[in-house]
Design a protein around this ligand. Structure first.
Ligand code: GDP
Ligand code: MG
Length: 441
């Protein structure tokens, strides 16, 4: 894994205060080799390395993390990003049934996936129907019927006089049957070939045109490595697809195909299969895949803990200052920035227990207002932030002009700040918080 390659480079970084360009280059070299060994396509490797280097070189010295941890964090974040960032959910049709079509080479794991998907969908409260459109291989229909039975999901198969020998007709009839029997999701299993060929593509295109699927899932065997890129490109250009399913991840420790397919086709990976049994299947989680490729689960946990501990320390320091009435506008700005980095403030507050009662206030919480507050504080000199009492009329005018607001806005902020500081200090006194009681006002 990447971690084997990185470990020695990272060891050298531990003692250092700041990342040098030479350190970054050495790290980048190891990442490059590791990714190439994992069969990641060269253009993908190049783009990835460039991103990591750029971020590492521009990174500020972290107070929470040592340089080695900082590099791992960057590599991990870029891996997650390249794998798609967030988990992408299955698109469900507004008017059921949702039609999901499976495409991919023979042996990729489509039929197995159909069973896994059916079982998973059922567990989610859906009522899926499987449709057998692989009429190429003699046993393909029976195979789907077996998986369907295991998953407890019905299978629509061609019958004499009803689509025998014509996969496009079977697909159409299957979707009609789903509509009639009120199945809310239809999974259409199709035929594949050992290699990409025109007839297979044409058949897939015809099925797609006949049933207008909400999702076309390109099923790809993760063990085929570099070849995954060529196959994915051929399917993208030939049939087109809306998402990817990686199979046989149990046989591929390196995850190279995952990285390449996502980056080269631009389509998200929705699911992952990691075994022959129906339950060896899950929604694809970019973050879990990234830490698997990186192979540094423990290190990532440490990084998270270090960052949390650092945040807690800062919060505590701020609380002490708050209680003692020593809070400055600089602290205030820092706290606000920290809060805003965590996402839109209203969302954040909305997650707190009891937030329902605060709904009206939350609705009024205006991000633009916060921007203004931020601009005003930024327009102050360090001395003014440290001791807002020195902000006299002429300073207020200068700050207002400098930050593009009215003098009354500056007055407002300064007055509110004093009020808040007084209130905090009183509260701290009453509740016996650290440093409580005192006050500079
Ligand atoms: P299809 O030709 O695309 O329909 O592929 P199949 O569903 O018939 O699967 C081909 C073979 O791969 C079968 O032997 C499956 O049991 C096996 N298979 C499918 N998915 C997985 C997986 O995630 N892990 C492993 N180890 N085997 C799998
Ligand atoms: Mg099959």
């Amino acid at each position: 894994t990447l971690s084997d390659r990185l470990t020695s480079v990272l060891q050298n970084l531990r003692g250092k205060g700041r990342l040098s360009d030479a350190d970054i280059d050495a790290t980048a070299r190891e990442i490059r080799v590791a990714l190439l060994e994992a069969d990641v396509a060269l253009p993908v490797v190049r783009a990835f390395i460039a991103k990591v280097k750029e971020r590492a070189k521009g990174a500020e010295v972290s107070q929470a993390l040592n340089p080695a941890q900082q590099v791992v964090k960057i590599v991990n974040e870029e891996l997650v990003a390249i794998l798609g960032g967030e988990t992408r959910r299955l698109n469900l049709a507004k008017n059921p049934p949702t039609v999901v079509m499976l495409a991919g080479l023979q042996g990729a794991g489509k039929t197995t996936l159909a069973g896994k998907l059916a079982r998973w969908l059922r567990a989610q409260g859906h009522t899926p129907l499987l449709v057998a459109c692989d009429l190429q291989r003699p046993n393909a229909v029976t195979q789907l019927q077996v998986v369907g039975e295991r998953a407890g999901v019905p299978v629509f198969a061609p019958e004499p006089g009803n689509g025998v020998g014509d996969p496009v007709a079977v697909a159409r009839l299957g979707v009609a049957e789903a509509r009639r029997a009120q199945h809310d999701v239809v999974v259409v299993d199709t035929a594949g070939r050992l290699g990409v060929d025109e007839e297979m593509m044409r058949q897939a295109v015809d099925i797609r045109a006949a049933v207008q699927p909400d999702e076309v899932l390109f099923v790809v065997d993760a063990m085929i490595g570099q070849d995954a890129v060529n196959t994915a490109t051929a399917f993208r250009d030939g049939v087109g697809f809306t998402g990817v399913v990686l199979t046989k991840l149990d046989g591929d420790a390196r995850g190279g195909a995952a990285l390449s397919v996502r980056e080269v086709t631009g389509q998200p990976i929705l699911f992952a299969s990691n075994g022959e049994k129906l339950e060896d299947f899950d929604v694809f989680h970019p973050d879990r895949m990234a830490s698997r490729i990186l192979g540094m689960g423990d290190m990532l946990t440490l990084i998270e803990q270090a960052e949390q501990a650092f945040d807690a320390e800062q919060a505590e320091a701020a609380a002490v200052k708050l209680g003692s009435g020593q809070l400055t506008l600089e602290d205030f700005l820092e706290q606000m920035l920290a809060l805003r980095r965590m996402g839109p403030i209203a969302n954040l507050l909305g997650m707190l227990p009891g937030a329902n009662q605060m709904k009206d206030q939350l609705a009024n919480l205006d991000e633009k207002h916060l921007d203004r507050v931020q601009a005003i504080i930024r327009g102050m000199t360090p001395a003014e932030r440290e001791d807002p009492k020195i902000i006299n009329a002429s300073r207020r005018l200068r700050i207002a002009n400098g930050s593009g607001v009215r003098v009354s806005d500056v007055n407002d902020l300064v007055n509110r700040f004093f009020e808040a500081r007084k209130m905090m200090s009183q509260m701290a006194g009453r509740f016996g918080l650290p440093g409580g009681g005192g006050g500079k006002n």
